[in-house]
Ligand binder design. Structure first.
Ligand code: ADP
Ligand code: MG
Length: 690
């Protein structure tokens, strides 16, 4: 039976509209109501005497109603005069219905009393309350025994309606505990039904801070269950994929051997370790699901190339997907440089391909002639068929949206054989996030940069000193260096965004008459983007004015100076990524963060974090606490609920415990585990999986 139909307040024809309103709050089932937990509480378990009420604190008083009238001074209002003991009290309502006046008149006639909850103030005519919450009661009616919950509500849903709906949901039938008794005991958890009932109707005398801060054991139980559902669902998904078949890529083929023998550089120890982890995965007949994390410039691409080569060696294909065309072109060049000499055929699928070339490329892909294909998300759209896809590499994976992930997954899940997946990300994911939202992936971390890099010097410079910055560019370029000038992204206006870049380009062109200045932005046709990038790479352009299109992955070692204009408008992860575009060669590199004064407190904190640290993980942590997890999840979670009750930072210790509990529950109580996930995630599970 639906929760709405149970609620007495909604009997009859109002039921449907009430349940519609509940749906707006995300409440669709009885369990949703049970989990619609209060934001705060009001204490109506006690009465306060009018003359004892502390100022500024809402209290409850009970009074006999003397007279109710509509007054017109200073403006139209309903005034209810009442006597609480010896004290007179006026209740004032500036917005009221005629029925409210009738209600009070009837109460007077029937000798009933009023309980009003609100702040008492001294007005001209004595003590008064403005817009109190109130109830008409019979004389001697007992006070409630629990604190009164205040729920998150929506327009058209009054608290009393919500309250009675929740109470009904709590009473309707016993609420089962989805955790076996042994587990509850082991993790010292309260009984679930007890915990939720407690949170909806806490007894008086409880420390409200424990409820508000969500540290009370009852809250702990709810948060534990929420995190457990998340962990279980991730783990189940992981195991399900793990049980599928994937191509065996033993990594002992001739191409790989040859390439490893002639590597352009020595892999760092961290790269070697990650490579071994990847190799072990793809040598198994089950799909790899690995996230390769490594700070900007740590050298992830070469590992992707090695994995791709293992696929080709075994007679299969590999696909490399990048979030932008610029990056996909760069990969195409790198892969060609590395793998083409071995006779591997590599195809770049991009928007600039003519119809004929595209058809030829697709044809080649579907007939095994191509070993490696590189492109954007268009790789996994309709019309692209792989003959023997064994490995899908997703670079800068957090950049991809839900739809693109879904397309990739569909492609991957299509036949009986599932390709291995290697996700790569330079946005370091804080530990709490990788333990929760990314728990369905195995993780390798390249925690070391290749040798010979000189750390980038970061400078914070106010816009008023722009002149000095221009001089610095002039000097650098005169000395044979190259520079980026990054224009800010203007939120919600691509046109303005573009305009800024165009204006800056014009300004800098006029300024540096002796230099070749280029312009790169997202609206350029792919073919132009490619040629601008190529010109910059070959040092035919010394200064590149660009928008954040260069943020991910671009690799031009000779560029040693970056100016980021309006740095205060960028996110931390973004600044870190941008800064990673310099410091790739042997020169000392500078990153100048130009900001407009005055800075907001938040902007100041962000710039301070980026100034003080070059470590992506530390910056990620700072960002997480400044801005919440959105930035890191990208679109991973859009459409799926983020955690409602648990807090990744505050509850970090609990996450580790829950992970252990999830493993145990899956092994010992698989049926209960499934039921628990169903209860918490239900239909939302699929989206959480993307
Ligand atoms: P990212 O991890 O940011 O994708 P890249 O794969 O683009 O980094 O590597 C950055 C640069 O470092 C590239 O020019 C790459 O060829 C180079 N590189 C990668 N590994 C090493 C290494 N072990 N020694 C020296 N240079 C390396
Ligand atoms: Mg990269």
């Amino acid at each position: 039976m639906s929760a709405a139909r149970r609620a007495p307040a909604t009997a009859g024809k109002n039921a449907a509209s009430f349940s519609k309103k509940l749906e707006k709050l995300g409440i669709r089932s009885r369990f949703d109501l049970v989990l619609h937990l209060p934001m705060r509480y009001e204490d109506e378990t006690a009465l306060t005497a009018v003359d004892r009420a502390p100022p500024g604190v809402p209290v409850q008083v009970e009074a006999g109603i003397v007279r109710a009238e509509v007054a017109y001074r200073p403006r139209r209002q309903l005034v209810v005069h009442a006597m609480a003991g010896d004290s007179a009290l006026a209740l004032r309502f500036f917005n009221f219905y005629p029925s409210q006046l009738k209600l009070f008149e009837r109460a007077i006639a029937e000798g009933k009393r009023v309980r009003a909850f609100g702040e008492i103030r001294l007005g001209r005519g004595g003590a008064e309350m403005t817009h109190p919450r109130y109830r008409i009661v019979n004389p001697g009616e007992p006070l409630p025994e629990a604190l009164t919950p205040v729920y998150p509500a929506a327009a058209g849903i009054a608290q009393p309606m919500l309250r009675s709906a929740v109470l009904d949901a709590l009473k309707a039938e016993p609420i089962e505990d989805s955790l076996p008794p042994g587990m509850r005991k082991r993790y010292a958890l309260q009984d679930f039904a007890f915990a939720v009932r407690f949170l909806h109707t806490p007894p008086p005398g409880i420390d409200p801070a424990e409820l508000i801060e969500r540290t009370h054991p009852a809250w702990q139980r709810v948060k534990f269950d929420e995190l457990l559902a998340q962990q279980l669902s991730m783990r189940m998904h992981y195991l399900a994929r793990r049980s599928r078949s994937a191509p065996l890529l033993p990594g002992s083929g001739p191409l790989l051997k040859k390439f490893l023998g002639a590597l352009p550089f020595r892999l760092t120890r961290a790269q070697q370790r990650c490579l071994a982890e990847i190799a072990a995965d793809i040598a198994q007949p089950h799909p790899m699901q690995r996230l390769l994390q490594g700070d900007v410039g740590s050298g992830k691409t070469i590992l992707a190339a090695l994995a791709a080569l293992a696929a080709v060696d075994a007679g299969w294909q590999a696909a490399v997907m990048a979030p932008t065309e610029i990056l996909s072109e760069q990969h195409f060049r790198k892969f060609s440089e590395w793998l083409a000499p071995l006779g591997v055929r590599i195809v770049w699928l991009h928007g600039g391909l003519g119809k004929k070339d595209r058809r030829a490329a697709l044809e080649a892909l579907s007939t095994e002639k191509v070993g490696v294909v590189i492109g954007t998300h268009a790789l996994f759209q309709e019309g692209v068929d792989f003959a023997r896809l064994a490995l899908a590499v997703v670079d800068e994976q957090h950049r991809f949206g839900v739809q693109q992930r879904l397309a990739l997954r569909k492609k991957a899940d299509g036949g009986g054989i599932v390709p291995h997946q290697l996700m790569m990300s330079a946005t370091p994911i804080p530990r709490t996030l990788s333990m929760s939202y990314y728990a369905d992936l195995d993780v390798s971390v390249i925690d070391e940069l290749p040798p010979g890099r000189t750390p980038v010097k970061t400078r914070l410079i106010s816009n008023v000193r722009r002149r000095e910055v221009l001089e610095r560019i002039r000097e650098a370029c005169a000395a044979g260096e190259q520079a980026y000038w990054v224009c800010p992204l203007i939120e919600e206006s691509e046109t303005l965004d573009l305009q800024t870049a165009l204006d800056t380009y014009a300004e800098l062109q006029a300024e540096f008459t002796g230099l070749e200045v280029g312009l790169l932005h997202g609206r350029l046709p792919p073919i132009d983007k490619a040629s601008v990038m190529q010109a910059f790479k070959e040092n035919r352009l010394q200064l590149l004015v660009c928008t954040t299109v260069i943020e991910v992955g671009v690799d031009v070692p000779n560029a040693s100076l970056m100016v980021i204009e309006h740095a205060e408008r960028f996110g931390l992860a973004q600044l870190h990524q941008l800064r990673g575009r310099v410091g790739r060669g042997h020169r000392e590199s500078d990153c100048v963060l130009l900001y407009a004064s005055p800075l907001s407190q938040m902007a100041r904190a962000r710039l301070k974090a980026i100034y003080e640290s070059a470590d992506g993980f530390e910056i990620a942590r700072a960002d997480l606490s400044l801005r919440g997890p959105g930035e890191y999840l990208g679109e991973r979670q859009s459409g799926a609920p983020l955690l409602r009750f648990a807090d990744l930072e505050k509850d970090e210790p609990m996450i580790a415990v829950v992970r252990e509990a999830a493993g145990r529950m899956l092994a010992e109580f698989p049926d209960e585990a499934r039921a628990h996930v169903e209860r918490w995630l239900g239909s939302r599970r699929d989206l959480a999986r993307v």
